[in-house]
Structure formats: C-alpha cells, structure tokens
Ligand binder design. Structure first.
Ligand SMILES: Nc1ncnc2c1ncn2[C@@H]1O[C@H](COP(=O)(O)OP(=O)(O)O)[C@@H](O)[C@H]1O
Ligand SMILES: [Mg+2]
Length: 301
C-alpha cells in the first residue's frame, strides 16, 4: 500500500510512530504537510502538487490535522478522497467532530449519554437558558476549544452569568453543561480503531483542577473498560463516521457519558499508558480496508 500521513511535523511522536508502523508492515509511506499541498480543481480532473511536484496514486491517507489548520487541512483531505484515496476519517467526519455543538447534537440524537448541555445566542435569554440546565456548578466550554484550554467551572449562578457575558463580548461560541462531580476529575480515553476499542487510559486531573487533559498536567494510566463503556465509545465513533477516534468518557452515576470525540487523537499518552501498539493497529486497519476496496473493485470489473 502507498500511504500518506497528512501531518505538519514529521518529528511529532504520533507521526513518527505511524511512519514506523507502516514501514514495519511493509508499506511505502510518506509524510505530507497538508499546508504544502495545493491543487487544481476542474471538471476535467483534479491535480495535486506538493513542493513543486505532482503527487498522485496514494491508496490511503491517515489525516493528522491539528485544530489550527482544520479548514485547509480538511480541504486537502477531501481532495485525496476525490482522487480515490481511502481515509479512516473523512473530511466531513473530522468537521463534525471538531464542532462540539454539532457532535453533541448528533450523538444525543442517537441516544448516546452525555452531560446535559445548553447553548443559546441572545443575551436576553441567559437566565432562562441556565434554568433549562439546572443549578450550578456549570461547566462552560468554548465550542472549538481543545486540550482543556477553553473549559471553565463555575460554582455560582452569578459566575456562570459573568463568564457567559464575557464570552459573548468576545463573540466566542460556547456551550454550558451540567458538572459531573462523581467523575472526581477523571475521564476515560477510549481509542477506537475500526469499530473496536484497541486501548484505553484513565486520566486524572492534577490537584486543584477538574480537567484531566494531559496538557493541563493530568496523569494517565492504562485502564480496563467495561462492555458498556466500549459500546458507547464504539457507537460514538460510528455516529460521527470516524474509523479512528479518541472517545472521552466520564464515569457518572447514570453510566458512561461522552464528553468529546477526538478525530486526531494523540498516540504518545495512550501507547505509554496502555502499552498497546496503537499506531500498528491504525495502519493494519487502513491496510485491511484498502485491501477490501481493491477486492470490491476487482469483483466489479
Ligand atoms: N461536564 C463535565 N463534568 C465534569 N468534568 C468535565 C465535564 N466536562 C469536561 N470535564 C473535564 O474537563 C476536561 C476537558 O473537557 P473536554 O470537553 O474534553 O474539552 P477539551 O476539548 O478542551 O479537551 C475533560 O477531560 C474532563 O476531565
Ligand atoms: Mg477533551
């Protein structure tokens, strides 16, 4: 298989591991910086160039598109899709997952548990909006925040209102959630590949914080997941259309609740904590799907 890893930086742990795994499994692999891919779009065919040269013929791409380059990155990925490359995560699926509001709506519509969530636009409605949620504490999240940076806890109604006013003043999009205290600052990252949870880790927030993100100083260790947790994680990935996903669950009194579904989950923390060759599992899955597509095409012709 001729594989491309779409990644801005060949030195990143996840990128390196994917290249390593692909080589180990005997594939030809190249890392392409999505921001250096440019294209000609025309009804008589597509063309893609990379640093002055034409590129084509990639059987599959594994997108590792950071939040800051979502728009251009998914346009490049879409071009690969249109040129016939297989991708475990389509450009559309990545866009669905990146938008917390959109993904929450889609997941809730499929009956997947999550903390109760409200959002609204007009400042005149803030009091009623919060009454739809229930009493504080509240968790307020920037719609497109990542790594815990846009996530705030308010313990009093006046604080919720103040934060919401401030965010509106900055024209920021946000949602407000019920706080799940019984999680005790922990969450469960389930790494889903091809409809299976291949690895899981429990992350614990540092003392004095409720956010368990490793970027916020959280610590991780390998975790065993229950069947119910695996099922929720697998369904969440499927609803958003992601072949590879990091599904973050919180253990609540009413069962596992989905916090977010990451379309470009990091490998370092999870491989470290779980001891699983996650990169290898991703490459195997992509190769398997590529093989199936070839067989399908052969049977059609
Ligand atoms: N409703 C909630 N109740 C309790 N803790 C929460 C809640 N939402 C988020 N957290 C904590 O904050 C962390 C970051 O929230 P998350 O929604 O995953 O945002 P980000 O995309 O920035 O990682 C979670 O991993 C979890 O530890
Ligand atoms: Mg998160």
């Amino acid at each position: 298989m001729k594989l491309a890893i779409l990644s801005r930086n060949t030195k990143l742990y996840s990128t390196r591991r994917l290249v390593e795994a692909a080589r180990e499994q005997g594939h030809s692999v190249r890392t392409l910086d999505p921001l250096r891919c440019y294209m000609r779009i025309s009804s008589d065919g597509f063309a893609m160039h990379y640093k002055g040269q034409s590129i084509s013929g990639y059987h599959a791409v594994i997108p590792r598109i950071g939040a800051s380059v979502t728009r251009y990155g998914t346009a490049v990925l879409r071009q690969f899709e249109l040129m016939g490359s297989f991708t475990p995560n389509s450009s559309d699926a990545i866009l669905r997952a990146r938008d917390k509001l959109r993904s929450h709506q889609l997941l809730a519509a499929q009956g997947i548990g999550m903390p109760a969530t409200v959002f609204g636009d007009n400042p005149d409605d803030t009091a009623d909006l919060l009454s739809m949620l229930g009493p504080p504490p509240h968790v307020i999240k920037l719609n497109e925040g990542t790594q815990g940076a846009g996530v705030m806890l308010t313990e009093k109604l006046s604080a919720s209102k103040g934060v919401i006013e401030a965010l509106r003043g900055l024209y920021a999009q946000f949602l407000v959630q019920e706080f799940i205290p019984e999680a005790k600052g922990a969450d469960l990252r389930c790494f889903v590949v091809g409809g299976k949870v291949v690895a899981a880790m429990k992350r614990q927030a540092p003392k004095g914080d409720f956010r368990s993100n490793l970027h916020r100083g959280g610590s991780a260790k390998g975790a065993r997941t229950t069947l119910a947790e695996q099922e929720v994680a697998i369904r969440a990935a499927r609803v958003l259309g992601l072949g590879v996903a990091g599904v973050d669950l919180i253990r609540s009194a009413r069962g596992p609740l989905v916090l977010e579904v990451n379309a470009s989950p990091g490998l370092e923390g999870i491989e470290d904590a779980s001891g699983v060759d996650v990169a290898g599992a991703m490459v195997e899955y992509v190769a398997e799907r590529h093989k199936r597509r070839l067989a399908k095409r052969a049977s059609k012709s």
